[in-house]
Design a protein around this ligand. Structure first.
Ligand code: NAD
Length: 495
């Protein structure tokens, strides 16, 4: 499938060609062009922000009652569901994920709009305990123009996760999707138009991060950046934000440990570890890429894991039975290969994978086999750096203290997994692991109602959860004086 038109972009509600360089987006399974578009230019950024600012001030969106804004967002959720198959196919073409996965991402995007519609209409502002002759209240105001910068690995879900709360809070939102995967964000903006989000409140500006993302971050009218992407990019944005004293939220990289204790249910643990690292071809911030297995189980567990990894069906993302599609690009596959070479040069042993499959579609797209490497210590670079591909490093461990020290020994702290039938051990470890999310006897499950984010180099702030909407609002305290007399300190002044 090829979309034959040159795709317009959305600049403060105007659908028109970008004025930046023309480029093609590629289907990672075949390397063929899906469509072409003109990237946004610096002028487009300026127009989008100016238009967003005007829409924020004059469209009346921020002044609508919460239940009225919510009604529009419920409609967005409904339209996403009505167009779900089309969106899932578009997302598949955009980033090459298997159709089963892209359907789940689309469903999650609809759920996100529904959830933040509900969060919007149920958000409470509170009367705080009074400590004087006044009533004190804590209320929330929208910020104005906010920017959302997203990566290529789960576009529609990442964009919904930022657009829905930003709009629910009453803001205008300028989205900078990854240059190579702009189609889902554009489709979401069309749906928001159709649902009745006022014109100008949304812009979608595909283009280079170092140009468009940078301009957005520096712009004085942009009051918050919500960023998902790599840690070094996140730090760069945070430095710019510091100069503007602008709040940011950062969803960054990970190198998440998965722990299999000696009392784990092995069927569950094997399935969970395989899913945790190899689903989405490992292109997932929460991929369980460091595996720690209790030594008594290690040999048996690794044998089962290797057999399982070899049985994973890789192939055409359009095929309903495909579990692993291609990697996002030729350049990214090379980067994954360099990491595998590095791990082997550090002394790792390849248990399975480490190659490009060949024949048929494999010769066209950017496929790579599920790869497991053993024999490295946790300090090896392959255990410390994010590969963002289907590469698992496995290590045995002897006791809990050593395990915890190693599992926590990472600049990242995004997620972790524990497989154990012993409730008390799992509780102890779950509380001691340093990570934004810990899964116990499950992995990589999500709920929009539960906060998500990372510690340390994995991020700042939390998305999702009822309070996720507050990321896009400023808190304000109101004091209502009740005293019948003038403030006693002031001298009495007669007319
Ligand atoms: P990236 O940091 O290269 O790009 C992310 C986004 O930032 C893109 O839109 C890009 O164009 C933009 N960007 C790049 N340079 C910029 C700059 N100087 N100023 C402003 N914006 C800029 O990341 P990627 O390669 O697209 O995505 C992979 C990374 O994202 C991985 O590290 C992964 O772990 C992380 N990620 C994190 C989460 C999470 O929720 N924690 C989720 C998905 C992906």
């Amino acid at each position: 499938m090829r979309l034959d038109q040159l795709q317009p972009i959305c600049v403060a509600g105007e659908w028109r060609l970008g004025t930046g360089a023309r480029y093609a987006t590629l289907y990672p399974a075949t390397g063929e062009a899906v469509t072409e578009l003109h990237a946004a230019s610096a002028d487009d950024v300026e127009a989008a922000i100016a238009g967003a600012h005007q829409a924020f001030l004059h469209s009346g969106w921020a002044q609508r009652k919460p239940h009225e804004r919510a009604a529009v967002l419920y409609r967005v959720a409904q339209l996403i569901r009505e167009q779900s198959e089309e969106l899932a196919q578009l997302q598949r073409l955009d980033n090459g994920k298997p159709i089963k996965e892209t359907r789940a991402l689309v469903a999650s995007a609809a759920g996100t709009f529904q959830f933040f519609a509900a969060a919007c209409e149920t958000l409470e502002e509170v009367i705080t305990p009074s400590r004087g002759d006044f009533v004190t209240m804590s209320v929330y105001e929208p910020m104005g123009v906010v920017a959302a910068i997203t990566p290529w690995n789960s576009p529609i879900a990442s964009e919904a996760q930022k657009m829905a709360p930003a709009l629910a809070a009453g803001n205008a939102v300028v989205v900078k999707p990854a240059e190579i995967t702009p189609l889902a964000a554009l489709a979401l903006a069309r749906i928001c138009d159709e649902a009745g989000v006022p014109k100008g409140l949304i812009s979608i500006l595909p283009g280079k991060g170092s140009v468009i993302g940078d301009l957005l971050t520096r712009h004085p009218l942009v009051k918050r950046v919500s960023f998902t992407g790599g840690t070094s990019t996140g730090k760069h944005i945070a430095r710019i934000a510091a100069d503007k004293m602008m709040p940011v939220s950062m969803e960054l990289g990970g190198k998440s440990p998965t722990i299999v204790l000696d009392d784990a249910d092995l069927d569950h643990a094997v399935a969970g570890v395989l899913y945790g690292i190899f689903s989405s071809s490992g292109e997932s911030c929460i991929a369980g890429s460091r595996l720690f297995v209790a030594r008594p189980l290690y040999e048996q567990f690794m044998q089962r894991l290797v057999t399982g990894a070899r049985a994973i069906r890789i192939g055409d993302p359009a095929d309903e039975h495909t579990l692993m599609g291609p990697l996002i690009s030729a350049a990214h596959r090379q980067s994954v290969e360099r990491y595998v070479d590095l791990g082997l040069s550090e002394g790792g042993q390849l248990l399975t994978g480490g190659e490009r499959p060949s024949g048929g579609i494999f010769d066209q797209g950017y496929f790579y086999t599920p790869t497991i490497i053993a024999g490295l210590g946790n300090s090896a670079r392959l255990c410390q750096e994010e590969v963002f591909g289907p590469v698992l490093v496995a290590m045995p461990f002897d006791d809990e203290a050593e395990l915890l020290a190693q599992a926590n020994d990472s600049t990242y702290a995004l997620a972790a997994g524990i497989w154990s039938r012993d409730f008390q051990r799992a509780w102890r470890l779950g509380r001691a692991l340093q990570a934004g999310t810990v899964w116990i006897n499950t992995y990589k499950q999500f709920s929009i109602s539960t906060p998500f984010g990372g510690w340390r180099d994995s991020g700042l702030g939390r998305e999702k959860g009822r309070l996720g909407i507050l990321q896009y609002m400023e808190q304000k305290s109101l004091y209502w004086g009740l005293n019948q007399q003038p403030i006693a300190w002031a001298p009495a002044v007669q007319e």
